[in-house]
Design a protein around this ligand. Sequence first.
Ligand SMILES: [Mn+2]
Length: 365
Amino acid sequence: MIERTEQLKKTIEGLTALPIVITQVDPDAIGSAMLLRYIAMNLGKEVTIYYCGHFGHPQNRTMFTVFDLGSIMFPIKEMPKEVKSCALVDSSQVSDSRLMGRVIAPIIIIDHHDTDSKTRVEYDENGFTLIDRVGAATTLLTEILFAMNFILPRNSKEATLGALAVFTDTKMLINATERDVIAYSRLLEFADKELFRQLQSYPLPQRFFEHFREAVNNWKMKEGRLVTGIGFVSSKDADQLAIIADSLIRMPEIQMAITWGIVDNAVVRISARCTDPSMSFHDFLAERFGKNSGVKTSAVGVAEGGAFIKLPSGFWAGDELKGELISLVKRKMDHLILEELSVSEQANVRDHDGGDTEKSAFDMT
Ligand SMILES: [Mn+2]
């Protein structure tokens, strides 16, 4: 650990400034970025954090407001084009469509996701790469921070956001390794407990409950499967699809819950949950939505997945067709989820796969 810590210190000291990139807005990405920022600032560096995506999830919005994150982190489009060298945390994917075409050459990578070895080899040489399968990337940064003997101020935003990051990314420590638990308790010691509680019981906007009502009014169920749509949503509200799916899958008679919405008039976003251990949920989604789908399984036995379908733009856009568009998507989704697919329908999806590689442009869960 000491050796690795020295290596990171040397890498940071060799830089004039440190831009940090996060490719999705979630507590762990934010916590990791904030701790790395703290380390680099203590080494006398100027730090700017750039984020992809939106502060859409109500918890992230609460974090944004409470800690005035708007003065610390900026949308990726504000990152100067000539800046390529940066730190990447909570991800190790260098070519990632969430970057919106931005080319980055990370000199520091700190992540806890599985990765292809290519990234590892390419960037190990002249920088710092740490990829370890723990519950949260913030755990890795906490270990580094304490190994460097930096002290977090009491009630600091770094400690509070860090503790929240580990707590959330490990699903309230259910998926935590021993290292996560240790990092969590060390952070909690310096966290603002009152704010921490506030961030746990974050407010849910009225729109959320209206969407929820819509989801309940529109649901269709058949043989343990549930599918429902909430119509048109803005990308700002799209994370609500995941929160609704998380709730619906808790119904005892349901083994699969699928929610969908038409986001920004351009994309059908799908959130999918499954508790049936006898089926491959990955295959189920891939057969229906092709490569634009993905699944991860949590330790609590719920498979969490998602997909998106790009809608034809231009000719079919327009307010006069909104009603028809919704009923078309609804019929298609009801059919895909509740009925068994014919062989030709599966082939159709396969043929369709080719061109679309924007898989990670949207949060898939
Ligand atoms: Mn993470």
